[in-house]
Write a protein that binds this ligand. Structure first.
Ligand code: ADP
Ligand code: MG
Length: 137
């Protein structure tokens, strides 16, 4: 794979960030960093839908809490595209735990805790495709 391929990735603004009205600020970060927002929608998942979305984590001790949280309020699901969109979105997001995230990353600036970490981003091409299909098919 070329190192500068145009990719699509799925981004989610999680309930903690929607609740604090951070949608516009977070979207601006993507746009300022040359990630186009191809599509965007506000939805609230059922618990079952959240379990389906996060099924890769079903054996983890935090799975139940994670799925309850993701379905606890409205979220914004977005398709982002751009060069190396998957990795560049991950870089903009920062580490899973906001405490470990680099300065200036979305999770460092806006994240509250490891569970309320404001954003989701696909971690691979295969997961990006599956996650985009989950929300936009
Ligand atoms: P990321 O969102 O950075 O890709 P993971 O895919 O490992 O992280 O985990 C999915 C989500 O599960 C994280 O964003 C976080 O909200 C939650 N999570 C991960 N690890 C933990 C943990 N140890 N305790 C509580 N929640 C966690
Ligand atoms: Mg992940």
């Amino acid at each position: 794979m070329s190192s500068n391929s145009i990719e699509r990735t799925l981004s989610i603004i999680k309930p903690d960030a929607i609740e604090r009205q951070l949608e516009t600020k977070i979207k601006k970060i993507f746009l300022d960093n040359k990630l186009n927002i191809v599509d965007s929608k506000k939805v609230q998942l059922s618990k079952k839908e959240a379990e389906e979305f996060y099924k890769v984590h079903q054996t983890k001790p935090f799975y139940e809490k994670l799925c309850s949280y993701l379905s606890s309020g409205p979220i914004i699901a977005m398709i982002l595209d751009g060069e190396n969109a998957i990795q560049r979105n991950r870089d903009l997001m920062g580490a899973t735990d906001p405490e470990n995230a680099k300065d200036g990353t979305i999770r460092k600036v806006y994240g509250i805790s490891i569970d309320k970490n404001s954003v989701h981003g696909s971690d691979s091409l295969i997961n990006a495709k599956a996650e985009i299909d989950f929300f936009f098919s």
